[in-house]
Design a protein around this ligand. Structure first.
Ligand code: C2E
Ligand code: MG
Ligand code: MG
Ligand code: MG
Length: 292
């Protein structure tokens, strides 16, 4: 009796494993076609001058409009894209689309708007990364200084010397570099000092756990001091509460990003904001913010 239940249990387990594998393969197959099918989208989350504006720029965040599963966030498909190398064509699409959007905004007179694009490890280590960036910028005729690339601290530290070299070449072109999710990797301060980056982004995990006098708030305060000592701009990501907003501002954090201020939006939603703003009113002013 027990034996047969065990056997059933086993085959059930096996079947569900197969179902998982099939689903995985299906997703991979769909992802292979996603670029050609035009299913990828970029949403844009503003970064604000602390405490509440004006807008300093946007971060482009990838979404996949899947025909059956709806709008998928990067956590669902980016690991798969990384593992299979599909991130390379996808990353190219992201860079191009961000530059296209920038040129559209510039054409509408929004010439001070900037966009930051996230680069994955595999993408950052491609030998033709510079060419891809140059081509995207050239095709859309945007000033390189309007584009920032974000790499995480852990990607930056995988091979510090070549990171410095790559970021230097990007910086020489006029593109800016930002170190994302800072505090979660293991930066050598010596390398950090030599990194040709202009910005550090404090990881959301520290911001979330901050409260007066606790370890996380001490870490955040130290990162802000470190960034300033190195001449880097500092951005706090994941700002969700007014307390965090106030606290970070008091600590001298210059730029804030998070759901409290704005979620990632479609270009259409951003456009609607512009159209509904009164003359002289900030496009991104909400009840939670000061008018700028
Ligand atoms: P990230 O670059 O650190 O981006 C911040 C993530 O935090 C985004 O998630 C954003 O929607 C979310 N976020 C922003 N404010 C808040 C907040 O107040 N609270 C909380 N809980 N979350 C907030 P998203 O869009 O799901 O992206 C996740 C990660 O996927 C990104 O982390 C980035 O590493 C990666 N990613 C996104 N787009 C791209 C892309 O185009 N290329 C590559 N290679 N990676 C991307
Ligand atoms: Mg980022
Ligand atoms: Mg981040
Ligand atoms: Mg992150």
């Amino acid at each position: 009796h027990t034996k047969s239940a065990g056997r059933n249990g086993y085959s059930f387990f096996e079947a569900s494993m197969n179902a998982n594998a099939v689903e995985h393969l299906q997703l991979l197959n769909d992802l292979r076609l996603a670029v050609a099918r035009g299913e990828l989208r970029l949403h844009y989350q503003p970064k604000f001058e602390a405490p509440a504006g004006p807008v300093r720029g946007f971060e482009a965040l990838l979404r996949w409009q899947h025909s059956q599963r709806g709008m998928l966030s990067p956590d669902v498909f980016l690991p798969l894209a990384e593992k299979t190398g599909l991130i390379v064509p996808i990353g190219k699409w992201v860079l191009n689309e961000a530059c296209r959007q920038l040129s559209e905004w510039h054409g509408q007179g929004l010439t001070h708007w900037t966009v930051a694009v996230n680069l994955s490890a595999v993408q950052f280590e491609q030998s033709d990364l510079l060419e891809v960036v140059v081509e995207a910028i050239g095709r859309h005729g945007i000033p390189p200084a309007m584009l920032t690339v974000e790499i995480t601290e852990s990607v930056a530290m995988r091979s510090p010397e070549s990171t410095i070299e790559t970021l230097q070449k990007l910086t020489d072109m006029g593109v800016k570099a930002s170190i994302d999710d800072f505090g979660t990797g293991y930066s050598s301060l010596l390398y950090l000092k030599r990194l040709p980056a202009s910005e550090l982004k404090i990881d959301r995990a520290f911001v979330r756990e901050m409260s007066v006098g606790n370890e996380d708030s001490v870490i955040v305060s130290a990162i802000i001091a470190l960034a300033k000592a190195l001449g880097l701009e500092v951005v706090a990501e994941g700002v969700e509460t007014a307390d965090q907003q106030m606290f970070l501002t008091r600590l001298g954090c210059e730029t804030l990003q998070g759901f409290l201020l704005d979620r990632p939006m479609t270009p259409g939603q951003i456009c609607a904001r512009i159209e509904h703003a009164l003359p002289g009113e900030s496009v991104f002013a909400t009840g939670r913010q000061l008018l700028t």
